[in-house]
Design a protein around this ligand. Sequence first.
Ligand code: HEM
Length: 366
Amino acid sequence: MSPLLAAAGPSAYWYLSRGTGVVAQVLLTASVVLGVLGSMRFTAAPRWPRFTIDALHRDVSLLVLAVLAVHIVTSVVDSFAPIKLIDAVVPLVSTYRPLWMGLGALAFDLVLALVITSLVRRRLGYRAWRAVHWLAYASWPVAVLHGLGTGSDVKAWWMLLVTVACVAAVLIAVGARLARTQGEFRAPGAALLVLTPVGLAIFTFLGPLQHGWARRAGTPSSLLPRRIVSARAVVPARVGPDTLKAPFTASLIGTMTQTQVAGGAIVNLALRVGGGARGLLRIRLGGAPDAAGGVSMTGSQVDLIAGGLTSVAQGRVVTLNGQRLVARVRDASGSVLNLQASLNIDQNTGAVTGTLSGSNVGGGAR
Ligand code: HEM
């Protein structure tokens, strides 16, 4: 794997944030199901008396909190999205997908209320505890909406399967509970049982599964994948008095920046060419995680504007080996140049120095 692209790969925090999000959702589902079963005085078998279910319910709920702590910390520490600790507890203040992150914060506050009131249950009194407890069950649908609205894996078949399984588990448990209930809650409860999966399915198909959801969900435009812009649009047509005559050897100095996008990252090298040739060289590399656990190049664009060339020469990277790369660019007259760049990149500051040699490959006026 090229160190150039290694620098651009998604961070481990991002993977951890996604993984713990999924685990938190599964555990929260288990906690809700166990809570409902406990309230039914449910015993699946003589070996599973009610106090076992209650103990499991309590332990799983505590585990939810522990996993959520990791989920939140990794989301904040990951440098991709501007998420602050306050976004995890105060709904709607996040600059990143405010509504969907806000639902995450609300779900977290409710889980916190659930756990804290249960720990001080004796002092609180049964009625107050029970009121908070029922309210706190609302954390589950709110968390599911948060996961659907902001999760990167929402389109993956396994994530859809996990979500469907979680929704089915809660609906079955609540359905069983309702079946044993008499009175006024039965009809609205049954309506909710039908409307919840239908509503979630419609929302998922019309929202997160559609193209352009990231923008609609409130992702800041600076984090959205951008179309690769050609140097023609950003640099003047002529930048130096010298004429570019191949073969040449020149020096490079400039910067490297990287932007993480859904499914990978874009490395952007903006370099000034000096010495044996003068001009600007812009290289963009797209990288995505590969099956072997590394990062591989998925695309590239190279733009060279130099004195002596009548237009921007454009092309792509043909070989990438460590911090060396070979690119082929063609100008408007059809002349093809082979460019070999050897780069030294400071991974901390993004400063780049190096050398560039160019040779004519052929072509000419078309
Ligand atoms: C009960 C509370 C919560 C649950 C159950 C939960 C669960 C989830 C789930 C299932 C996902 C989707 C993961 C994926 O698609 O792979 C997710 C994504 C995410 N959550 Fe939460 N979450 C909760 C609260 C929070 C809070 C309070 C924050 C605030 C920092 C947060 C930050 C995020 C972020 C940034 C993502 C997007 C990660 C990605 O790119 O997939 N979550 N969460």
